[in-house]
Structure formats: structure tokens, C-alpha cells
Ligand binder design. Structure first.
Ligand code: GLP
Length: 250
């Protein structure tokens, strides 16, 4: 869906999230949301927080799992995705603190695989994700699933794990870290398996800098080298919410 501007795309994302929360809570007593960070969803969280203040939305029966976190990083570090989520959403809504899951950037190196596997088990035990909100990196990454040489099938079954960041991702992270040298070069990320298993996937992409990668993901080859192109393998449950500048090369 192409919207005239970013504000309209953001509003549609927030409306859809609010509707999925209501429908999932009505159907099974809870809603399980996969959430994203980055500049793009900040205003989605503003909108959701405003709905909670207005009394038209509640996170009382919601559980959340975030896509990714830098590694290693302290949760209180202002650049961590844990503090981003506290700032933009968790501290502003009625979500139970023990139901707001962000991968833990403080687990010891030797325990990362077990932590990542536990994260996937928790999501599975919660019945999977009702919704995954996604943004797209300029290299096509989803979460921190970076471009890969793997075959599509192998990439599609990747679990939650530690990854190294791609050069384009590190360049874009200068916004948060101040300089390239300061960027934490590794991260924990939810795997493509869990993302593609979500019952609804909302991809939000806005701004002219996203136009080339939006076109490659939707119209270029289906390849792990453009991680977001794998969304085409589950197209019937994916909605792309794009503003006109990001849709310019479609
Ligand atoms: C970040 C995050 C992704 C996010 C993407 C786009 O590095 N790991 O989950 O979707 O890059 O970010 P932005 O919205 O700032 O363009």
C-alpha cells in the first residue's frame, strides 16, 4: 500500500497493530507482538501510546518480543534497543514489565546460543507471533539478518543468534553511536524462521533513501542477499506500508 506521506503510513501501521491486539485478545485472551526499533517505527509507538492514554487500546493482555539488540551492550546504555523500547513504548503503556522481552546484550559470550534458543522457545511456547512489525535496512536486512550467501531455504530456517553487522548497517548506525569506530559491530537477532512464522507481517518503509532497496526486495531476485525478498515466500500474510518517496522505484 502506497501512502502520500510517512505520517499516513505510520497511522495505518498503528491502526493495524491496535486491531490485531483487539482481535487476538478476543480470540485467545492474549496478543503476542514482535516489535522493531530504528527511526521508522518511533512515530508508530507515539501513536500507540496516545491510544493507550485515550483509553482505546490496552497492553494488559499483550506480550512483546523485540527483533534485535546490540551485543554486547548494557540495557541501561541509551543506545541499546532495550532503552529505545523503554523510551518509546514500554514506559508509556500498560504492558507488564515481565512480558516485554528484548534479547539480553549482557549474557556471557559462551551463553549466547542458549539465550537465543531460549528466546525462540519462549515465542513458540507463547503460540508464535500474532504480528511482526518490520523495518528494512538499506541493504535489505530484517532485524539484523544481514545479506547472506546461503541458499534461500537455509536462510529461511535460521534461528535467533549472534551476528556480525554489515558495512552499510554500521554506517547507518553512526546516527546512534556518533562515529563508525564507536558502533558495536555485533548483535543478537531474531532469526528469519521466527519472523516468517508470524501470522501477520507489517513492513513499514518510508523516505527516499529506502526507494532502491524496496524495489529490490519486491521486484528483484528472491535471494538471501536481499533478506527482505524472502517476505515474498509468505506474501499472503505480508503488508508493505510504504510512502510515496520509498515507492519511487517500484
Ligand atoms: C536497524 C534495525 C532494524 C531496522 C533497520 C532500519 O539497524 N536493526 O530492525 O528495521 O535497521 O532502521 P531505520 O528505521 O532507522 O531505517
Amino acid at each position: 500500500i502506497v501512502f502520500p506521506d510517512a505520517a499516513a503510513a505510520v497511522r495505518s501501521a498503528a491502526e493495524r497493530i491496535a486491531r490485531i491486539v483487539a482481535e487476538s485478545v478476543a480470540a485467545r485472551g492474549k496478543a503476542v507482538l514482535g516489535l522493531a526499533t530504528g527511526a521508522t517505527p518511533e512515530k508508530v509507538y507515539d501513536d500507540l501510546a496516545a491510544r493507550v492514554r485515550a483509553g482505546t487500546l490496552s497492553f494488559r493482555d499483550v506480550t512483546t518480543y523485540n527483533l534485535d539488540e546490540y551485543y554486547p551492550i548494557q540495557p541501561v546504555d541509551p543506545r541499546s534497543y532495550r532503552s529505545y523500547m523503554q523510551r518509546f513504548l514500554f514506559d508509556r503503556v500498560d504492558l507488564a514489565p515481565n512480558r516485554a522481552h528484548v534479547l539480553d546484550g549482557t549474557v556471557p559470550e559462551a551463553a549466547t546460543a542458549a539465550h537465543a534458543a531460549e528466546f525462540d522457545r519462549w515465542i513458540d511456547a507463547d503460540g508464535g507471533l500474532d504480528l511482526q512489525l518490520l523495518g528494512i535496512g538499506r541493504n535489505g536486512h530484517i532485524g539484523f539478518n544481514e545479506p547472506s550467501e546461503l541458499a534461500v531455504e537455509a536462510f529461511a530456517s535460521q534461528p535467533t543468534r549472534v551476528v556480525g553487522l554489515h558495512p552499510i548497517t554500521k554506517t547507518d548506525a553512526i546516527r546512534e553511536f556518533g562515529s563508525l569506530e564507536a558502533v558495536i559491530p555485533r548483535a543478537l537477532t531474531m532469526g528469519v524462521r521466527q519472523i516468517l512464522a508470524a501470522r501477520t507481517i507489517l513492513m513499514l518503509a518510508t523516505g527516499p533513501h529506502k526507494a532502491p532497496i524496496v524495489a529490490r526486495a519486491l521486484k528483484g531476485p528472491l535471494t538471501a542477499n536481499v533478506p527482505a525478498s524472502l517476505l515474498r515466500t509468505v506474501a499472503d500474510k505480508v503488508v508493505w506500508l510504504v510512502d510515496e518517496p520509498a515507492a519511487a522505484e517500484l
